[in-house]
Design a protein around this ligand. Structure first.
Ligand code: COI
Length: 355
């Protein structure tokens, strides 16, 4: 159990006004959680301190070899005025899967959740309440040894910062266009694709710029070997409704095991849909779009929640989906998941955690 020292700011910042457009990840609050790690000593000095810049040596290993992991989850202010987290245990588990891959020491799951819970409690007045908004939580670990050799660091910082945020996409719930990338790849089996670490996202930028230049919001990655099978989108997992079935790429080591992905699979199965986690080739997708059986496409993620996709581009094919409207299942999933998160709907799976 963490014994967290709390040092409150003496200069609180102005909070965003009700109705103010928040965007995603631009605004930071008054406090942050910090904990140190040193080899032989373990994690120590958990504290919540005023939000501030870090002072690090330019030789800190995170700057050179990218030894870091991050997580993403959200806190919500319910209509009952209670504060909720959504499945934080899943983030704690995944953080350690990423840590293992990156040779970063594990954080006990209960300490990860307690750090998040304690910071959210201190910052609860920052949780926005306008529809579609929440307090985005970003836990992360960085390697802090000042050393230019390639080796696991012996010192780390675990930090949690929070950001009042609205929809991830500027377009909100309007369907987005996705570019299926045929030149670059994001990850390969045996690499770090399943881990949440900056390098995967750095690898994605070049294709994202290309996609943006062409008017698309995000990139859909194909597998790194055959460039044939669908993997995931830059900031979300991907789902298709093909001839009534819900289909998503199986977890194969190179895609992220999303918390929202898992929740959507659970809900779809509970609602009686036929659900398949399997390999999906881009050719199958193009064929389904052409013969009219590609009924819905949506992405899932903590930041993105459930986001409809209205257009897919692959080489010379541009596939329009759903006539620019959000699909029925996509809307139903969005309503159910946000309803559970905001405490408006029953929580049959016990996903909501009161802070
Ligand atoms: C999240 O959905 O929490 C993520 O970490 C994705 C990120 C690229 C915004």
């Amino acid at each position: 159990m963490l014994n967290i020292r709390i040092e409150k700011t003496t200069a609180p910042k102005a909070k965003p006004a009700k109705g103010e457009k928040l965007g995603f990840g631009h605004i930071f609050t008054d406090h942050m959680f910090v904990m140190n790690y040193t080899e032989g000593k373990g994690w120590y000095d958990p504290r919540i301190v005023p939000y501030q810049n870090l002072s690090l040596s330019p030789a800190s290993m995170v700057f050179h070899y990218g030894q870091e992991m991050f997580e993403g989850l959200k806190a919500y202010k319910g209509e009952d005025d209670k504060v909720y987290l959504f499945r934080p245990d899943m983030n704690a588990k995944r953080a350690n899967q990423s840590n293992d891959r990156l040779c970063i020491p594990n954080i006990p799951e209960e300490d990860f959740v307690e750090a998040v819970r304690a910071l959210v409690e201190v910052e609860q007045d920052w949780i926005p309440t306008d529809p579609g908004t929440s307090l985005y939580i970003r836990p992360f670990v960085i390697a802090t040894d000042d050393f230019l050799g390639v080796a696991p660091s012996k010192n780390y910082l675990f930090l949690v910062i929070v950001s009042p945020s609205g929809a991830y996409y500027a377009s909100g719930l309007a369907p987005v266009g996705i570019w299926i990338e045929d030149e670059y790849v994001r990850a390969v089996k045996g690499g770090m694709g399943f881990a949440k670490t900056g390098g995967n996202y750095a690898a994605s930028l070049i294709a994202q710029v290309k996609a943006h230049d062409d008017g698309y919001s995000q990139v859909l990655w194909l597998d790194g070997v055959e460039r044939k099978y669908i993997e995931e989108v830059g900031a979300m997992n991907i789902f298709f409704k093909i001839a009534g079935k819900v289909v998503t790429p199986m977890l194969n080591g190179s895609i992220l095991p999303g918390v929202t992905r898992n929740s959507v699979l659970t809900l779809c199965r509970a609602w009686g849909y036929e659900v398949e986690e399997r390999r999906i080739s881009v050719d199958e997708l193009v064929a389904a779009a052409k013969d009219g059986t590609l009924e819905e496409v949506f992405g899932t993620g903590t930041a993105a929640v459930v986001s409809p996709v209205g257009k897919l581009r692959y080489m010379n094919d541009v596939m329009q989906i759903g006539g620019g409207e959000i699909g029925e299942l996509t809307q139903k999933l969005y309503d159910e998941i946000t309803g559970i998160q905001w405490g408006k709907r029953p929580d049959p799976f016990g996903w909501r955690v009161e802070v």
